[in-house]
Write a protein that binds this ligand. Structure first.
Ligand code: UDX
Length: 449
């Protein structure tokens, strides 16, 4: 905490407009504010946070000229446009903040804390001579995995041939080539992405929404490579819970419906905030749930099924049958759903936040990754933490996977494993645990800048 007579710190947090990135950034801001720092929260106009949940922050909307997150296909163009469009506004505001500081009698030194997707902030910080810290909202294991791509380029082995995708990557156990984030990009797209993330000014530290024991090996490699402090302060929804920041309205009927179900009987199915799929894949999901004989909550995010507004692609008799056994909603209060005693399994796309939220509640997972880091997370869930089952989206397969999780010895073992990890996380986030210690260290580090 800033003490009397000590120079104060103004932290400028720069968030990206993705659900899985915005929420942890707000949680981080709340924690740092509780430690006495002033928080300026810069964000794009797309998917803005609700200022009323954080009355002590100064919000700084950055005009971005964007109307959506680009979907999975246009993600690189989206990132480029986001950064190009926000950059001049962010730069102007930072210069203004610096000038105000120079003129003020109450001196505050400025520290930039930015989402890794908002790479423009790192280069502006470098130009203005401000220290910058990168916040990572995906797993640490992504970094060593992603770093294999330049090597594949060098050896002219990129894009990876289809025949190799199921093979293990030498030195990256337990990952197969298909698990590497962005492995399906073209050579040109991959080079573009690498260029975008290469900043000439290195950060002074990283803040990672992960837990030390869960990703020890990847974190050791990251520390060795970057030689700056890496603060592992996750899972932020436990270490610094905040009011919900859902971009879509949460359907709270999920909780009253869950209250009427038996313990550990319900399967919760959701593919997160970005993944999209064909009606055929979504229909297989629907049949899998309908035939599973387990009660379920299925989140179908509006627009997540290609060419459809919501569930109009499903046959009416199937919808009627589904409504007898389960609930279909547009967006759920996911953290509360996973924490509910009636939930016994999570059929997920394995986004990093969903993974952490399930792990924290000891809920075993059915893993159906769609893109980016999700294959890697699914691989860790199934092969390292052994609390998840990888599935393919075919009706018979889905039904049998659900049965394996809910009714087999294998499922029971996965549940035990999930609960063991849950216990370890409780220790990490409690007083004296690794995440709490890392949060204290982060505060001391910022005060040392
Ligand atoms: C994707 C990636 O897969 C992720 O790893 C990356 O870091 C960000 O982009 P996303 O699809 O948003 O993320 O998934 P995830 O990281 O799991 O985040 C989704 C968030 O939305 C979670 O916090 C989840 O609780 C919330 N959510 C999802 C709801 O609150 N309600 C829902 O119905 C569905």
């Amino acid at each position: 905490m800033a003490e009397q007579g000590e120079k104060r710190r103004r932290l400028v947090l720069i968030a990206s407009p993705l659900q899985g990135h915005m929420t942890p950034m707000l949680q981080l801001g709340s924690y740092l504010h509780s430690k006495g720092f002033s928080i300026t929260f810069a964000h794009s106009e797309l998917n803005p946070p609700d200022p009323s949940n954080h009355p002590d922050f100064i919000f700084l909307p950055l005009p971005d000229k964007l109307s959506d997150t680009g979907g999975s296909s246009g993600f690189i163009q989206f990132l480029q446009a986001l950064n190009n469009n926000c950059k001049p506004h962010l730069q102007k505001h930072l210069i203004q903040i610096i000038d105000e500081q120079k003129a003020s009698t109450q001196k505050e030194s400025i520290v930039i804390i930015h989402d890794n997707l908002m790479f423009c902030a790192g280069s502006i910080a470098g130009d203005l001579g401000l220290p910058s810290i990168i916040v990572r909202s995906s797993s640490a294991a992504c970094v060593p995995a992603y770093r294999i791509i330049p090597q594949l380029h060098k050896e002219v082995r990129f894009p990876v041939e289809d025949s190799l995708l199921q093979e293990m990557v030498p030195g990256l156990d337990p990952l197969r080539y298909k698990d590497i984030p962005f492995i399906s990009l073209t050579t040109q797209q991959s080079l573009k992405l690498t260029t975008l993330f290469t900043s000439k000014t290195p950060p002074v530290a990283f803040i990672w929404n992960t837990i030390e024991f869960l990703e020890q090996s990847a974190l050791t490699q990251i520390r060795h490579r970057y030689k700056v402090p890496v603060f592992t302060i996750g899972p932020l929804h436990k270490t610094s819970p905040t009011p919900s920041n859902s971009f879509l309205e949460e359907d709270t009927s999920c909780i009253s419906w869950l209250d009427k179900q038996s313990p550990k009987s319900v399967i919760y199915a959701s593919v997160g905030s970005l993944a999209t799929m064909d009606a055929k894949v979504a229909t297989e999901m629907a049949w899998g749930l309908a035939n599973s004989n387990q009660p379920f909550i299925w989140v179908v995010r509006p627009g997540s099924v290609h060419g459809c507004d919501w569930i109009e692609f499903l046959p009416e008799d199937l919808v009627s049958e589904m409504k007898v056994k389960g609930l279909i909603v547009k967006w759920a209060p996911q953290k509360d759903v996973l924490a509910h005693s009636a939930v016994g399994g999570f059929w997920s796309h394995c986004g990093w936040n969903s993974t952490l939220e399930s792990v924290c509640e000891g809920v075993p997972m059915l893993c159906q990754p769609f893109n980016n880091d999700q294959f890697l997370n699914a691989r860790y869930l199934s092969h390292v933490w052994k609390m998840g089952l990888e599935i393919v989206e075919e009706r018979g397969e889905i039904e049998s996977a659900i049965k394996r999780v809910f009714m087999s010895k294998e499922g029971e073992e996965m549940r035990c494993r999930a609960m063991e990890i849950q216990e370890q996380i409780k220790v990490a986030v409690s007083h004296g645990g690794s995440s709490q210690n890392s949060m204290d260290d982060l505060v001391k580090f910022i005060l040392s800048l």
